[in-house]
Design a protein around this ligand. Structure first.
Ligand SMILES: Nc1ncnc2c1ncn2[C@@H]1O[C@H](COP(=O)(O)OP(=O)(O)OP(=O)(O)O)[C@@H](O)[C@H]1O
Length: 472
């Protein structure tokens, strides 16, 4: 009945070594076929119980037609079960969003669990070195569940005992390639549990047009683009300082302009002021009228403007002392955002030592004391190395756009950011595909989030100047 397997030959083993003192003849116990069948049946039953426990509705849908047919005949079964698919189809046609959210994504997740992840789990784990094959047994991390979002698969994994997140972070390429995704990111969710994110498509692949002007005057989180999951990317500039690092052509301008755009209604109401330092004389000069007299281009002018910001900050601090600890923008004490394009021109690349010292001191003073009194700095920078920007750590919020070298990612976003998937050095050089794309660490989570800034075109800037130039 059963094929003879190599193991059955063990009883015929003889030693071929001459004069061997001891010859092993392993005792081979033949398992009765009935026992094997009972064990197999037990496993199938346990699998069915587990499946019913985990997916009761799916099991009911699969089993009900058969049971009804046996009990009442096929006509009755058809009559009783047909309304379900018909109802689902009607639901899908009338309210596609809720159908996709509640049914479609679950089916998709189930299908991808079976077809992509479970099918390839063992080989990918063993080949990538995340699982172990010891003495004929596989020790594999456990694939807990798969959830589908509109753009990615989130795969929950229980690590093997003794594994570290770094073991997984070092093998992101293996995982992406193994499961047919373009990239993979890893995040620790609970002790011993990870979530792997495999994007199915890229919602940031096409440039995003400039965001609509806010209806109300606000200095709080400004919508400057989109996050990878499709939600708006809200940038906080009030109560913090933001450093935008990116190689030339990475799209730093689009973040500066999106932030400026979002603040314009507040500027018009007198609740905010935009001060611009434009040492490259390129980016901010285009909308110069938006800044009124608070625009500087030469290093001397920039130093004067920064000193003025420091003086305002210190006067406010003296007035607020003992009365208030946080700033609320008012017409008398508006929020001041100092926008600096290519800050290294004013610091590292500045040849006049005295001026360089003055500017560095003013920037350090603003970034250490300005938050609480409503003076913020939004600075762009091409090269994030410490020699170039020794005060980069005084900026609480940092954004990494396309960077030239992998080591620069952790310099901008902090240790371990690249290991967790902030591949800022892999962003495309083609402007349509990569400009404005970057990684941020939001306050709520240490995991880097991929974002794309909206592109504020020259036409947008001209329209902004036409509407708000006078207010400035
Ligand atoms: N958010 C964006 N979406 C799509 N394309 C963009 C975006 N931002 C910029 N671009 C494109 O990329 C080009 C370079 O952008 P930008 O000049 O802002 O880069 P940069 O980082 O400021 O470079 P540099 O440091 O050389 O000034 C722009 O001319 C534009 O065509």
């Amino acid at each position: 009945m059963f094929k003879r397997l190599p193991g059955d030959e063990a009883r015929n083993l003889v030693s071929t070594t001459p004069d061997t003192a001891v010859v092993f003849r392993p005792a081979v116990v033949t398992t009765p076929a009935i026992l094997t069948l009972i064990i197999l049946a037990g496993r199938v039953l346990a699998g069915l119980v587990r499946m019913t426990w985990r997916h009761p509705i799916a099991m009911l849908a699969a089993v009900a037609p058969g049971v009804l047919t046996i009990l009442y005949g096929w006509q009755t079964a058809l009559l009783l079960t047909a309304p379900t698919p018909a109802g689902l189809a009607a639901w899908a046609l009338t309210d596609r969003d809720s159908f996709v959210r509640l049914v479609g994504r679950r089916l998709q997740a189930w299908w991808r669990l079976i077809w992509i992840y479970r099918r390839h789990w063992q080989p990918v784990m063993i080949v990538s070195g995340l699982g172990r094959h010891i003495r004929g047994r596989d020790y594999l991390p456990r694939l807990v569940k798969v959830t589908c979002t509109p753009w990615a698969d989130l795969v929950t994994v229980r690590m093997l005992k003794g594994q570290a997140v770094k073991d997984w972070a070092d093998r992101l390429d293996h995982l992406a390639q193994g499961f047919g995704a373009v990239s993979c990111r890893v995040a620790l969710t609970h002790s011993g549990r990870l979530t792997l994110t495999f994007p199915r498509h890229d919602p940031l692949a096409v440039p995003i047009p400039s965001r609509p002007l806010p209806d109300a005057a606000t200095v709080e989180a400004i919508e400057v683009g989109k996050q990878e999951d499709g939600r708006p990317w809200l940038l906080k500039v009030h109560g913090t300082h933001v450093l935008v690092a990116g190689a030339t052509g990475a799209g730093k301008g689009s973040i500066l302009w999106s932030a400026i755009r979002g603040l314009l209604p507040a500027v018009a109401e007198g609740l905010a002021e935009l001060w611009a330092l434009d040492p490259k004389l390129m980016e901010l000069s285009y909308g110069r009228d938006l800044f009124g007299s608070r625009y500087a281009a030469t290093p001397e002018e920039c130093a004067d403007l920064l000193d003025e910001a420091v003086s305002i900050m210190q006067k406010r601090a003296a007035r607020f002392a003992g009365l208030q600890r946080n700033h609320t923008p008012t017409v008398d004490d508006p929020f001041v955002l100092v926008v600096v394009d290519e800050v290294a021109f004013l610091t590292a690349y500045q040849t006049d030592r005295q001026l360089k010292h003055r500017i560095s001191a003013a920037l350090a003073t603003l970034t250490t004391q300005g938050r609480a009194v409503g003076v913020g700095v939004l600075a762009a920078l091409q090269d994030p190395r410490k020699e170039v920007m020794n005060i980069r750590n005084l900026f609480p919020d940092k954004i990494a756009l396309r960077l030239d070298e992998s080591e620069q990612v952790d310099m901008v976003l902090g240790d371990g950011a690249r290991d967790r998937g902030a591949l800022a050095d892999h962003i495309s050089l083609v402007p349509e595909l990569g400009a404005g794309i970057g990684y941020v660490r939001l306050e709520t989570s240490p995991e880097p989030v991929r974002v794309r800034a909206a592109y504020v075109s020259d036409t947008d800037i001209r329209a902004m100047v036409a509407t708000f130039g006078r207010a400035a």
